[in-house]
Design a protein around this ligand. Structure first.
Ligand code: GUN
Length: 287
């Protein structure tokens, strides 16, 4: 068997076209969605991510404001910038690129963002909303993974999903979303004994650890859906995920590639959350 590819680039293109229409509707009501992106320090990967996010905003008509600060920026100064964006009615979404330098408490910074502008979905208010099934913002990567499963029409009800990784950004919210879709969910992590025992029983595997070739063909049940959230480099410097793509595609039913899978979908869901934030702000009477 050779797995069918879930193409994150093609799906993103379709979803972004629909977003452009929503942006036009907002513009007709004199609201252009605005996203503030804050980058602290000179992490090269973060610089690339931020550049891609800003470019994607332009593509759909979202106004983006990119602020870059040296790694020496104090936490107090960063909190001040967030307070300014919280108070700015032209800004509907605020994103602070992670990781932050070690002298800054990332969670304190995230909690300073107004929950209605937290388009990353990292604020405890949004994490809590996801936990109890209330409306909020869903973190972009898990949200994008769910969109991919929806796109292939995969019926999650009663299926066994195994999430590898328990980060606040991907693993935990991913598990919550799968649970909400009525899957039976197992979360595996660095202390899990016999990872393969769990993955071999999975109808859906989401790999979000950051270790290349973590998931190999012998760990996958024939026909399973394999979603690769990993973003690593191989020995030649080429981008690769957590899944041994060439091996696993011989066994799986569906597979996401790296690059061109979850990555573009994460950005697409950031755009979606930003447009949604602008729509919600427009629906709220001015105070
Ligand atoms: N760093 C890695 N992924 C993300 C993300 O989705 N959002 C932010 N803000 N930082 C990240």
């Amino acid at each position: 068997m050779t797995a069918q590819l879930i193409d994150g680039v093609a799906l993103s293109r379709r979803l972004r076209e629909a977003l452009r229409v929503r942006v036009s509707t907002l513009s007709a009501r004199h609201t252009q969605p605005g996203l503030a992106v804050i980058l602290v320090g000179d992490n090269p990967a973060s610089q690339v991510y931020v550049r891609n996010k800003v470019k994607a905003c332009e593509e759909v008509g979202i106004r983006s404001v990119l602020e870059t600060h040296p790694a020496s920026l104090t936490e107090a100064a960063l909190l001040q910038r967030i307070a300014a964006f919280n108070a700015d009615p032209a800004i509907h979404g605020i994103l602070v690129q992670l990781p932050l330098p070690p002298h800054i408490d990332a969670q304190r910074v995230i909690e300073a963002i107004a929950p209605e502008k937290d388009v990353d979905g990292f604020h405890v208010a949004n994490a809590g909303a996801l936990m109890v099934g209330r409306p909020g913002f869903q973190p972009c990567t898990p949200y994008g993974c769910m969109k991919m499963l929806e796109h292939i029409g995969y019926p999650l009800r009663g299926k066994h999903a195994v999430v590898i990784g328990r980060s606040n950004i991907v693993g935990k919210p991913m598990a919550m979303l799968l649970l909400q879709a009525n899957a039976t969910v197992t979360i595996c992590h660095s202390a899990t004994t016999d990872l393969a025992h769990h993955t071999r029983q999975a109808d859906v595997i989401v790999a979000a650890v950051g270790r290349r070739a973590l998931v190999t063909a012998d760990m996958v049940k024939p026909g399973a859906v394999v979603i690769d959230v990993g973003m690593n480099r191989d020995d030649t410097g080429k981008l690769c995920g957590d899944v041994d793509f060439e091996g696993v595609r011989q066994v799986a039913g569906w597979i996401t590639p790296v690059p061109g899978g979850v990555g573009p979908m994460t950005i697409t869901m950031l755009l979606t959350n930003t447009v949604e934030a602008a729509e919600r702000a427009g629906a709220t009477p001015a105070r």
